[in-house]
Design a protein around this ligand. Structure first.
Ligand code: FAD
Length: 393
């Protein structure tokens, strides 16, 4: 990582793909962004994901601005290669990354001209602009059911799950039917779990990740701007052609539209990397939603009572932005930024966000687009402000 003494234009909070992409896009416009990363390496979230994870989006659509993912990393890039790529990326663009630098709070300066960032050690940094890139998947969100605190069985959060080798022979209940929950269920089966049940609250849309060389993400990009009702109507027809009916196994086709679920619930479709075959063969058994945990019992919405050896919670994340910027009035009712890309919220000029949407077109692609928009908006703002200063002098 490069440390330069050039004046700092922007403090970028978070050294994941969004923060690095923004820093690189700023550099390409002659702006100097300093990336503040709380951990001891870039791409921390990728370092701790489960072992079998590969990008669901193809290499050619997942690279960040100014450096494609190297071809030798393959089409579906493995977790460790994503980390390697992010390290390569920071070095290639000679990004100024300050590791071990946790930001606790972001404030506007009293003269409204700059942003003040307070670090965990109590010191402050100041720069004209700031970018929040602390991640959509920031804090694991446990399921909203009674009894979790007092549950006496073994519980693992998806964030802490590495692989199923420690769980061979166990009776496991996986809670959550997003990409992570379904993939962990398959992983448990492949590592010899005795029984794997999948608690289903909302039936997911399941798509094939790719049909031969054609990646589903291309369709995601194509339909993203189409009317929601149209996509919702067409998607079930495509699903019928692509994927078998799993109703008999307890996983009926969803009755909520595909794009409605993306827009309303931030629930992107599950990319099939083994879950269809696992459900079809009975290796993964869909069961009713989790209702309650009671001592060492697990109660499901259909009234059944289980005593699994292990419960895996893959129930999503919150963005954890309130302590950092909750006081600035820039978050919506769900705690997500009201503006994104090149736009800034009213009363918070000079503060941008990257990586806080979960679009059907792929998050890495989308945050790369946002990085370029932020860099352009910041360059224009800086030019305007310099001109105003010159005129005032
Ligand atoms: C399991 C999984 C698989 C995914 N697969 C794909 C895929 O195939 N294709 C795709 O396009 N997208 C995928 N995504 C979505 C998205 O691309 C990734 O989550 C990506 O890592 C998001 O980048 P980010 O920089 O916004 O957030 P993160 O990668 O989470 O990075 C945020 C960084 O901010 C740091 N940070 C947080 N708080 C602070 C603080 N207060 N001070 C300083 N630093 C802080 C963190 O340590 C972290 O390094 C996947 C997500 C998950 C969870």
């Amino acid at each position: 990582m490069t440390r330069t003494s050039a004046p700092v234009d922007a403090l970028i909070i978070g050294g994941g793909p969004a923060g690095l992409a923004t820093a690189a896009a700023l550099r390409q416009r002659g702006l100097h962004g300093v990336v503040l990363e709380r951990s001891d390496g870039v791409g921390t979230s990728w370092r701790s994901h489960y072992d079998r994870l590969r990008l669901h989006t193809p290499r050619e659509l997942s690279g960040l601005p100014g450096l494609p993912i190297p071809k030798e990393m393959g089409r579906w890039v493995a977790r460790d290669d994503v980390v390697r790529y992010l390290e390569l990326y920071a070095a290639h663009h000679r990004l100024d990354v300050r590791l071990g630098t946790e930001v606790r709070r972001v404030d506007r300066s009293p003269d409204l001209d700059s942003w003040i960032v307070t670090l965990a050690d109590g010191t402050t940094l100041t720069a004209p602009y700031a970018v929040i890139a602390t991640g959509f998947n920031h804090t694991p969100r446990p399921p909203d059911v009674p009894g979790l605190e007092g549950y006496s069985g073994e519980v693992v959060l998806a964030r802490d799950y590495r692989n199923g080798s420690a769980h061979a022979g166990k009776d496991v209940l996986v809670v959550g039917t997003g990409n992570t929950g379904t993939e962990l269920a398959v992983d448990l089966v492949e590592h010899g779990a005795a029984r794997v049940r999948l608690a289903v609250r909302t039936v997911p849309h399941i798509l094939r990740r790719n049909t031969g060389p054609y990646a589903a993400q291309y369709t995601g990009i194509a339909v993203r701007r189409l009317p929601t009702t149209f996509v919702d109507r067409v998607a079930p027809l495509v699903a019928r052609l692509q994927t078998p009916d799993l109703s008999a196994q307890g996983m009926p086709r969803p009755d909520t539209g595909l794009l409605t679920r993306v827009e309303r619930d931030n629930a992107i479709p599950v990319q099939d990397v083994g879950i269809i075959a696992a459900i079809r063969s009975g290796a993964v058994e869909p069961v009713a939603a989790l209702r309650e945990l009671d001592g060492d019992d697990v109660l499901l919405a259909d009234g059944s009572r289980l005593q699994p050896d292990l419960v895996v919670l893959a129930t999503g994340y919150t963005q954890g932005l309130e302590p950092l910027i909750g006081h600035l009035g820039v978050l919506d009712g769900k705690g997500r930024p009201v503006e994104r890309g090149g736009r800034t919220a009213r009363g918070a000029r000079g503060l941008w966000f990257s990586g806080f949407t979960n679009p059907i077109s792929g998050m890495l692609r989308e945050l790369s687009i946002d990085a370029r928009k932020i860099a352009l908006a910041m360059a224009l703002r800086k030019r305007r402000e310099m001109k105003a200063l010159r005129q005032a002098a």
